[in-house]
Design a protein around this ligand. Structure first.
Ligand SMILES: C[S@@+](CC[C@H](N)C(=O)[O-])C[C@H]1O[C@@H](n2cnc3c(N)ncnc32)[C@H](O)[C@@H]1O
Length: 280
């Protein structure tokens, strides 16, 4: 049995080294006062790997093999996966009253595909909320035109999302009619029916390190409560990519603290952190 690393084991220089690594690889900025948070998260990885101390873990991450195998797991420890169905309702009201009618007219009614992406989807509540609304409003043939992709850097969160199984407490904002029509009780929880869940395709994707061209021609992009943890540079880069991946007149939905200087960017603010891509 390996001994537990002592608190003193995480030197300030090592703490900074881990913070820098995480920031470089994910955009996530960890503030200096997060020492205990980092200590506990790193400790979990160290125990899991059966290592003795923080330096050993650092040395492992410095090797090609260690970096390859371990970086994703370290990032998974750091991310904040909080989410819920129909989180921040005013945006979903806008989706129903303004965005979907517009996209129906310009895309679906013309027989054109409708591309939706949820960036930083965590355990799936956000893309599934969108899928529920679309499923409920579209005919079988119209649904064929819809592609909903949902991405996150954490494979663990994505696996949970693909499962589509939720606790009652996760579903507090789901309209009762949706709950009875589109969820099945299972093992004390609720499972989203497959006809709805299969509308969403989940992929692992790092917003700050991968090529965004696959998301070109998106009609609707959600990126909420994800870039708030990023440093300024990563946030700017992601906002730039978000705008560029949208089709003209496409919509971007951000978290309520993730303000961007929209009008100068060719993004018009429509209220409630919903933006529309316009000709600058
Ligand atoms: C707080 S959750 C937001 C979930 C959902 N969008 C919502 O608002 O309810 C933030 C998610 O962003 C993901 N994330 C953080 N950095 C990321 C990155 N560089 N690339 C992709 N996903 C990232 C995290 O794994 C986490 O699941």
């Amino acid at each position: 049995m390996k001994s537990t690393p002592e608190l003193v084991d995480l030197e300030k220089s090592d703490f900074d080294w881990f913070r820098e690594l995480i920031e470089r690889e994910s955009g996530i900025h960890i503030r200096e006062n997060k020492y205990m948070f980092m200590y506990n998260r790193l400790l979990r990885r160290i125990r899991n790997l059966g290592m003795d101390n923080f330096s050993q873990y650092k040395d492992y991450l410095r090797t090609g093999e260690g970096f390859e195998k371990e970086l994703g797991k370290l990032l998974e420890e750091i991310v904040i996966p909080e989410s819920s169905f129909f989180r921040y309702q005013p945006q979903f009201e806008m989706l129903v009253s303004m965005i979907l009618p517009d996209l129906m007219k310009r895309r679906i009614m013309q027989g054109k595909p409708l591309n939706v992406v949820s960036f930083g989807c965590a355990t799936g509540e956000e893309p599934y909320s969108i899928a529920l609304l679309l499923y409920d409003r579209l005919s079988v043939s119209q649904r064929q035109l819809v592609r909903i992709r949902a991405v996150d850097l954490s494979e663990t969160l994505l696996s949970k999302a693909r499962e589509g199984l939720y606790e009652e407490s996760d579903l507090a904002n789901v309209p009762p009619i949706f709950l009875s029509q589109y969820f099945i009780r299972e093992n004390g929880g609720y499972r989203l029916i497959s006809r709805v869940s299969q509308m969403v395709h989940f992929y692992k994707f790092n917003l700050v390190h991968e090529n965004w061209t696959r998301f070109n021609f998106s009609d609707l992009a959600f990126c909420r409560n994800t870039t708030i943890y990023f440093n300024k540079e990563a946030r700017h880069q992601v906002n730039y990519n978000l705008k560029n991946c949208l089709r003209e007149n496409g919509y971007l939905v951000l978290g309520h603290t993730e303000i961007i200087n929209g009008d100068q960017n060719g993004l018009k603010h429509m209220g409630n952190m919903v933006y529309r891509k316009v000709n600058p």
